[in-house]
Design a protein around this ligand. Structure first.
Ligand SMILES: [Zn+2]
Length: 314
């Protein structure tokens, strides 16, 4: 693996490489979509409630034929059109299977893999990981929006999977993307890193949180940092962004300058929070920290924000 002059792994943020041509203007054309779906070579990505469903014989191709998908219990009316592969023009659809993970795991011909593991293993090309992120986010939305939020009636897939319609009240429902701010906060030459309890032991990361309605990105950064660490933040800059399909987030990467230094953990988001100088963060990145503290893997925007600061890129 290549290592930069600062001893860091190369930038490898996952889920940025989706190259599918989404053909958004053709989503209302049922004849076109039906022809694509029934064409030889069309790929169907199958997903259960938590994982992607691969063929056991070929763990690097997350796709199945229409025939195989229907044989496994997929519903032809619930096919989401992801797009056309550039070059080949091959169509890629995604859908859910009705079985739960435990039932599917008992089959010898299938293998269940979660998308986070696939990203960390780096076995798939970036364009496939990006397309699978699109698939997972959409499938999660369809699985949780089978009923109308206005009247409770069952909804139908519409617009190739980018809308669900209610036949009872006429309500139209659209897939969600949930924006989150994720920010590296600095004070002089130190960075603020926190430890949510859900992370693997010893891992510290940048603070993050969901944006709230009616907020700017800058306001969300200042509010989240104050809530989680008691630190006040002045200037905020937007640096980068990343689709994060767990289940359907858009991570908005920021840098913020702290205007206070005393940490006060008042809510239960973090179990620890500390200011780290560059030497300590380098030890955390290299796996040589005396207390075993770590930073997140290079697939994440958190790693990109932290390594950018260490290398002086941002
Ligand atoms: Zn309704």
């Amino acid at each position: 693996m290549q290592v930069s002059a600062a001893g860091l792994r190369p930038m490898e943020m996952s889920f940025l490489g989706n190259t599918l041509d989404r053909q958004a203007t053709r989503r209302g054309d049922p004849a076109y979509l039906a022809a694509l779906l029934n064409k030889d070579g069309t790929e169907i990505v199958l997903s259960s409630d938590k994982t992607l469903v691969f063929r056991a014989s070929d763990s690097l191709v997350a796709s199945h034929s229409l025939e195989d998908a229907l044989a496994l219990g997929a519903d032809q009316r619930e096919m989401v059109f992801l797009g056309l592969r550039p070059g080949t023009g091959r169509a890629v659809f995604a859908t859910t299977l009705p079985q739960d993970d435990e039932t599917l795991e008992q089959r010898d011909d299938l293998r269940l893999v979660d998308l986070r593991t696939l990203a960390v293993q780096k076995l798939l090309p970036p364009q496939d990981l990006g397309a699978l992120a699109q698939a997972r986010a959409l499938i999660h939305w369809h699985r949780t929006h089978g009923y109308c939020s206005r009247c409770g009636h069952k909804t139908d897939l519409a617009e190739a999977g980018y809308r669900r319609d209610c036949p009872s009240c006429g309500g139209q429902h659209f897939p969600r993307t949930d924006p989150c701010v994720i920010m590296l906060i600095t004070h002089d030459d130190k960075a603020l890193l926190g430890r949510p309890a859900r992370l693997p032991e010893g891992m510290f990361t940048t603070l993050a949180g969901f944006m709230e309605p009616g907020e700017t990105v800058e306001q969300a950064v200042r509010r989240e940092v104050m809530e989680e660490s008691g630190i006040s933040v002045g200037r905020v800059s937007l640096l980068s962004n990343q689709p994060w399909p767990f289940p359907a987030n858009l991570m908005i990467g920021c840098r913020g300058e702290a205007t206070s230094f005393e940490i006060a953990i008042e809510d239960d988001e973090l179990e620890a929070c500390k200011w780290c100088d560059r030497a300590e963060v380098r030890q955390m990145a290299a796996g040589t920290h005396p207390e075993g503290h770590l930073i997140p893997p290079s697939i994440s925007i958190a790693y990109d924000l932290i390594s950018g600061w260490l290398e002086g890129r941002t």
